[in-house]
Design a protein around this ligand. Structure first.
Ligand SMILES: [Zn+2]
Length: 64
């Protein structure tokens, strides 16, 4: 007993209270897909020199 702290659980509860957005703020960054050249938005900061894929190309890649 006493292994778990209530703090974490309470914080989670507070977050889900806001309704949608329970995942927290997710910043989207504009990028150009390295595969098809389409403009896309990624939930992470695109790194220079690293290929960025749009949702479609990303799904395609994941399939293989
Ligand atoms: Zn693409």
């Amino acid at each position: 007993m006493g292994l778990f702290k209530n703090g974490g659980i309470n914080m989670r509860d507070g977050n889900s209270r806001g309704g949608f957005r329970s995942f927290g703020p997710r910043e989207m960054h504009k990028a150009t897909c390295s595969e098809c050249g389409n403009e896309c938005e990624v939930p992470f900061k695109p790194t220079e020199g690293k290929p960025v894929f749009c949702k479609e190309c990303y799904m395609k890649k994941k399939r293989f």
